[in-house]
Write a protein that binds this ligand. Sequence first.
Ligand code: F6P
Length: 547
Amino acid sequence: MSTATAAPATPLTQLSAWKSLKAHSEKIRSLHLRQLFKDDPGRGTRLTAEAEGIYLDFSKHRITDETLKLLLELAKESGLRARIDAMFSGEKINITEKRAVLHVALRAPKGEKILVDGQDVVPDVHEVLDRMAAFSDRVRSGEWKGHTGKPIKNVINIGIGGSDLGPVMAYEALRSYSRRDMTFRFVSNVDGTDFAEATRDLDAEETLFIISSKTFTTLETMTNAHTARAWALKKLGDEKSIAKHFVAVSTNAEEVTKFGIDTKNMFGFWDWVGGRYSMDSAIGLSTMLAVGPENFRKMLAGFHAIDEHFRTAPFEKNLPVLMGLLSVWYNDFFDAQTVAVLPYDQYLKRFPAYLQQLTMESNGKHVTLAGEKVDYQTGPIFWGEPGTNGQHSFYQLIHQGTKLIPCDFIGFAKTLNPLGNHHDLLMSNVFAQAEALAFGKTPEEVEAEGTTDWLVPHRVFEGNRPTNTILLEELTPETLGKLVALYEHSVFTQGAIWQIDSFDQWGVELGKVLAKKIIGELEGKDPGGKHDSSTNTLIERYKKQRG
Ligand code: F6P
């Protein structure tokens, strides 16, 4: 094991930069953004960074130059550089699963070399991409026919977690680039309603199912896949029809074959692609079918541009590093529990949900790489809604509540749907919200408006609420790739600082195991009664009411 993959020698809280940040945070806790901007009129242009068409304004953060210096020192002392290099060179940095972490190889251009166990994986990546492209072209052109000779009009991706959230998010984000004469749906929940509603108005003769599962053993996905099979067979009759209406995306050829899908209709990926980092692997087949191979490749180029930026840019200009460090700052020194992600673009409506898995499954960890319990906070809770909808619901709490919630505002200079002054109105809200959160409204300002005394405190905005503003030119396949890579690497940065394994997910296991036991009881195969009194009573009540 190299030093970059091993647990760091010095515990995080013993690092000198950490200790300095602790002392420094006490000193500047009461410093207000109003003061910081007053003292430095150039702050709004100085504390910004730009790369690959992404402009990051981080001036509205409760930081001074000293804070930044110390955060950058923390990155250095944490060995972030060595960890980045270890990831890019295919070292097994996912130590608990003994796996390399190489989503960056999924978007490496042809000719680049990335070795896993001595073997270059880039040619394999391109071989799968080429097969996906050939298949997509056949389906999109109508050359690929269903069992009864009709072209495919509907595509249903069945998957969950990383095998669903990325594909749905990307489809919604790139809808404007998608085939409008085709229907794309996504079934994830084991709740039968999901499948029933997704298929109720579709003709099986024109429907293609993509069964997306890295393991091909996930209960929800396999249950939905079997239901889909029965649904298709009911209409199409013949077992042979499966070959025309089902394809698989997986790393598990054996299980795919067992399910009855010929491996020539399977698109593979590798154990070095984590589920939540897989939207640009074959898991993105639905995305490619929707937007076409060329747009898919543009998205990959966007990812790659930010990969290169992350790998090579000095930390003080490195967007994911800066974002990651600022997230650590509030999480660990201001007790901030959550981060709100607020995309001001309706096409990004599933982006917060996608980020929830990316960030929380990655950094929701309670022990270090060495297996020791952390004595600091790790991953914050991510949540959000597209603007301006959130403004009319939960922004009240962000502005005037008692909790500190750092926010990421994401906006585009150009809209894909120019309608009157809608876009300027939308963007005026991005700028207004970040301004209001930072500077608020003082009692004096409220009084000066003629507000009666007793009402003044209710109308005061304390301000000093930190935000990132991320501006891009236009939502395109390429900018989407850049945006996702930005967050992927910010998550990496945070995990490296917290000395945790950001690439395993043991926390999802226990519930799965218990559900497997309980299903036996619900189906009457097991007499049950072996749980705690609460669980036993709930199961009994359910069985009685269910009848
Ligand atoms: O339950 C969590 C998880 O393992 C995720 O990490 C993963 O993205 C999801 O399940 C789906 O897994 P699979 O692609 O193997 O079906």
